[in-house]
Structure formats: structure tokens, C-alpha cells
Design a binder for this molecule. Structure first.
Ligand SMILES: [Zn+2]
Length: 558
């Protein structure tokens, strides 16, 4: 029922609960009431966001100390049909001295974040370095620049229908070739070989005052940043450009974004796309990079260095997925592993989107923009393994996550995998680890497919080192068997209480992570208690044999 991943003296603790607790209303107040009775005393959270997916409602909670927020400490609570299904995230173990520090915050205008496992005070200032180029600078109270929170997500180095000529998704894939020969950028010049790869399709646009504009209700192309290139428009319903023309990138951006929206709608996730976003197909100050900006409104800028980024469908989808992720789990893309997960989600959908058209070299992310003289790109089929291939370079680490997701895609297919990943986007929280994201993926599968693919997904994640042998049994205890006071048991301050709807014969065993029996007993009752055990801190498995049926769940002792 309860798992905490970080041990020892760590002041940040990760928690994972599957309470299956019933609430009268699916609202933040009801969830907050349950949290208050569940979290250790002195740990307080307040609701900040609510999102409704096709399968569940997700509440984001932020930790507060005496009412003052700890900026980057979040819990995510998943509710389905009035049941609190999952609680995951982290909390900061409040220290006695913190209350005085928090009081001083009112005076000094400081903000609090957990950094390097400690509660730190900072001044925070929004710094703008050009259009939509938002950064937060955090300084220690004596004025030293501590770090910069870059709100951009890069990859580095009533609508009417109009006719559009686009790459689907890029000329390398459709020509089944590699970068080189006739298939080179040539500084954006026209070439017959490249123009021949364009496909004539229909896409939504807006017709207003006798003019066709490249925008929909939610996706608006706009010239946000240099280079200054006005967005194309037309007096007829035809947007046919060669790749040399600037209108080509405009058409590419709107086509692939709206095409992704209609695909997500077709699999039930229109709600995930229900936000306004501005997009500059020629932006990023002309650099060979593109980025998503988490702001109000959110935006994407595509760079024009090297191959124009908006000529590559993979880049367009990758950046848009940062937007989907941000909309599903607001303010959660902070922390190195969490950011690697977001890059991995973007690359996963880029690969999945591309594979929807062609299997050719699907594993090369950014087939046309990268894997060439300009930059190496990334791959969605590396053999990277957690945790050894995790690192501070979150772009490199993201290949663990995209690789694991594509392993699952290979086993369960595109649509099932896409739906599970869409659902998992709602379950992200600040400073999430890849292990926690893997658990969120299993939860998402449970919500969408009721464990149809659980074994396959578990095996794929296990092969990447992302789940533990007993993660899968964590959901094994049915809701009618209640396991109470796991927090008290974890802290050694009180017994674990197990309650059944009626009298049952139970053989229980507490087993450590390496499979050694710590303590066991037999009970014949409708409830019993397990006294705190004298064992070294760690994760344990509680196995219950109830009238011949075996269930297990994980417990922590610290
Ligand atoms: Zn990215």
C-alpha cells in the first residue's frame, strides 16, 4: 500500500500509495481531506491543478509549510469513479527549524524549493531575453545566482479545409534514403528530389473576410521571434509551396500539429489537446534548435539553422508533445530525470507518429533535421538501461525512456501504446524519477486496459531496469481488504492493521527485497495487526494468503 523509495536521512521522500479509498465527490477538497489523514503529521499539501482524462481525474498537490509553498514538491492523486486509486510524488520531511525560516519568507520575499535534497531559500526573478524567451533566475539570499529555471524545452543541436503540400513526415523517410547525395539541405534551396517528396493533403485552416489563414481555434501560427517572416495566407484554398518558400514551413507546422490533434481525437484524447498554443515556424532567433515555452499562452518556436526544423515532422511532434505534457501535468517538468522523461515522451510520439506512415528507419528521431552534418539526433531503439545510463545529460538519458516505450509499442501495437502514454502524461509530477514514471505507466495501463497488457508492459520495463520485481504485485490487494496505518508502521510508531469484509483465514509473511522471510503469522479473524518490526530500513513485501488466495503489497520501514 505504501512505498517510499528514498531511505536513510534523506529529507525528500517519494511515496506511492494505492488506497482504493472511496470519496463522495471527485473534488480537491475531498482528496485533501483524505491526504490529511494519510500523510505523516506535519506534512501539508494544497491542491493546485485538476485535469480530467477520458479515464480518470488527476489532482496536482503542492507541499506547503505553514501555508508557504515549496515550489517543486508535488503529489499527483489519481481518482477514478470516486475511488482514490493512486497517490504518487514526493514530500519534504519538515524540520523543526523550517517554521522559523518560512516565517522569514514573508519579510524577505523569498521562495522555497527543495534542491539537492534540502529545503533552500531563493529569490526568484523572471528574466526575459527576447520574445517569449522566459527564464527564472534563482539567487541565494546573499545575491549569488544559484540556478536558472529555463522554461523552454528544446531539442538541441471552425475550421475549413485547405490543400497543403507537405513532407509525410520527412523526405528521408518517404524516399527511404539517408542524408546525402540529392537529399541535402543546400541552404533551403529547391531541388527536384526534395520537392518530389511532398504529398498533397487537406488540413484545417480558418476562412475569414475572404482570406484563408493558417490557424485553428487552438493552434495559431504567429511570427513570435526573429527571423521576422510573416505567416503565409491565401485568397484561395490552396497552400502549395516548394520547400524553398517560407510558406512551406508554415504549412508543415500547421499540418503536422492538426494531424496529431485529429489522431489523438480518434483514439479518445481530444481533451489532451484542448489548449491554445502559438507557433512560430521560423523563430528561435534563427538557431538550429526549436523549443517549447511553458508560459501563458504556451508557444513553440522552430529554428531555421541547418535544415529548417519545421521541415521535419518529428521535430514538430516532439515539441508539441512538450505542450501536451505541460497541459496534462502543469508545472511538473522540473528535475533532471523528469526532464529526461519529457524528452523521451516527445521522441516516443515522434517515432510513433512517423511509424504510422512508414517503418523505414523509424528509430531515427529527426531523420531529416538531424543524423547529418548539423547534428546527430537521437534514437528510440538504443539498449540504454536504468540506472547506469541515466546521467545529468537529460537528452542522452531520455533514450532510456523512449527506448522502453518503443519496446512496449513493439509488443502491444501503436494505438494501445499511444493511449497508455497519453494517460500517463496526466500522472507526472515535479522531480519524478524514471522508476516512478514506469509505475505511472502501469497505472495508466490499469486505467485504460484493466491489466490486459500489464504483464507485457512490466516485462518491457523490467528489461530496462525501470521496475522492480515486486512492482507488479503492488496492485494485487483487492480494495475490500484494507491495509491501514502503513505510515505509522513505516515509522515504527504503531502496528499495521489489516481488515477484511468478513472473517478470513490468513497466513501472512513479511519478506525483504531479497526474498528473506522477516516475520510471519496466521490469523482467523476479520481483522488483525502486525506490530512494528525491528528490521533495517528498506522496502518489504507483505504477502497475504487469504483463504487460499495470495495477494501481496509493498511496505516501507524507515
Ligand atoms: Zn524536447
Amino acid at each position: 500500500m505504501l512505498v517510499a523509495f528514498n531511505q536513510g536521512n534523506a529529507q525528500i521522500r517519494s511515496i506511492y500509495l494505492t488506497p482504493h479509498h472511496v470519496i463522495a465527490e471527485e473534488d480537491a477538497a475531498s482528496v485533501a481531506t483524505f491526504l490529511a489523514t494519510t500523510l505523516p503529521s506535519g506534512i501539508q499539501f494544497r491542491a493546485t491543478e485538476k485535469r480530467i482524462s477520458p479515464y480518470a481525474t488527476y489532482f496536482t498537490f503542492q507541499q506547503v509549510i505553514d501555508g508557504i509553498p515549496v515550489e517543486n514538491v508535488q503529489l499527483k492523486v489519481t481518482v477514478q469513479s470516486n475511488h482514490i486509486q493512486y497517490i504518487s510524488g514526493t514530500y519534504y520531511q519538515v524540520q523543526e527549524t523550517d517554521h522559523a525560516r518560512v516565517m522569514a519568507q514573508h519579510v524577505d520575499g523569498l521562495v522555497f524549493r527543495v534542491n539537492d535534497n534540502k529545503l533552500e531559500q531563493y529569490t526568484r526573478q523572471l528574466v526575459s531575453r527576447g520574445n517569449n524567451d522566459l527564464l527564472f533566475e534563482y539567487r541565494t539570499p546573499d545575491g549569488q545566482l544559484a540556478f536558472v529555471d529555463d522554461r523552454r524545452s528544446y531539442f538541441i543541436l471552425p475550421d475549413t479545409l485547405v490543400h497543403a503540400l507537405v513532407f509525410l513526415p520527412d523526405p528521408i523517410t518517404t524516399a527511404e534514403t539517408t542524408y546525402g547525395g540529392l537529399f541535402v539541405d543546400m541552404d533551403d534551396a529547391d531541388a527536384v528530389a526534395l520537392n518530389n517528396e511532398r504529398v498533397d493533403l487537406l488540413m484545417p485552416a480558418t476562412f475569414e473576410n475572404d482570406t484563408f489563414f493558417l490557424r485553428t481555434e487552438n493552434i495559431v501560427l504567429k511570427d513570435l521571434n526573429v527571423p521576422v517572416i510573416p505567416i503565409a495566407y491565401a485568397l484561395s484554398d490552396t497552400f502549395h509551396y516548394t520547400r524553398e518558400e517560407d510558406g512551406f514551413e508554415d504549412v508543415q507546422a500547421l499540418f503536422h500539429l492538426t494531424n496529431m490533434v485529429s489522431y489523438l481525437t480518434s483514439i479518445g484524447y481530444e481533451v489532451l489537446t484542448d489548449f491554445y498554443i502559438e507557433v512560430d515556424p521560423h523563430g528561435a532567433s534563427g538557431a538550429d534548435q526549436s523549443f517549447y515555452v511553458s508560459a501563458s499562452p504556451p508557444s513553440i518556436q522552430f529554428g531555421v539553422g541547418g535544415v529548417d526544423d519545421a521541415e521535419d515532422g518529428d521535430v514538430i511532434i516532439h515539441e508539441y508533445v512538450h505542450g501536451l505534457s505541460d497541459f496534462a501535468s502543469p508545472a511538473s517538468n522540473t528535475g533532471l530525470e523528469r526532464r529526461a522523461i519529457d524528452e523521451g515522451y516527445g521522441d516516443y510520439f515522434a517515432a510513433s507518429y512517423s511509424r504510422g506512415y512508414s517503418e523505414y528507419d523509424w528509430f531515427n528521431i529527426f531523420n531529416w533535421d538531424a543524423h547529418n552534418e548539423y547534428w546527430a539526433g537521437r534514437n528510440a531503439n538504443t539498449d540504454k538501461h536504468y540506472p547506469e545510463d541515466n546521467s545529468d545529460n537529460y537528452y542522452a538519458a531520455s533514450e532510456i525512456w523512449s527506448g522502453a516505450l518503443m519496446d512496449i509499442y513493439d509488443i502491444i501495437g501503436k494505438e494501445a501504446c499511444d493511449k497508455i502514454v497519453c494517460e500517463a502524461l496526466y500522472a507526472s509530477f515535479a522531480n519524478m524519477t524514471m522508476h516512478e514514471a514506469a509505475l505511472a505507466l502501469l497505472e495508466a495501463e490499469d486505467l485504460v486496459y484493466a491489466q490486459t497488457y500489464q504483464a507485457e508492459i512490466f516485462d518491457a520495463l523490467y528489461a530496462r531496469g525501470l521496475v522492480w520485481p515486486d512492482d507488479i504485485t503492488n496492485q494485487g490487494v483487492p480494495a475490500e481488504i484494507q491495509i491501514l496505518n502503513s505510515m505509522g508502521f513505516a515509522a515504527g510508531s504503531g502496528p499495521l492493521s489489516i481488515e477484511f469484509p468478513e472473517k478470513a483465514h490468513t497466513h501472512w509473511q513479511l519478506i525483504d527485497i531479497s526474498g528473506h522471510l522477516i516475520v510471519q503469522g496466521e490469523e482467523e479473524n476479520n481483522s488483525f495487526q502486525i506490530a512494528p518490526v525491528d528490521a533495517p530500513p528498506g522496502v518489504f513485501c507483505l504477502r497475504l494468503n487469504v483463504d487460499g488466495q495470495v495477494f501481496s503489497t509493498r511496505l516501507i520501514i524507515y
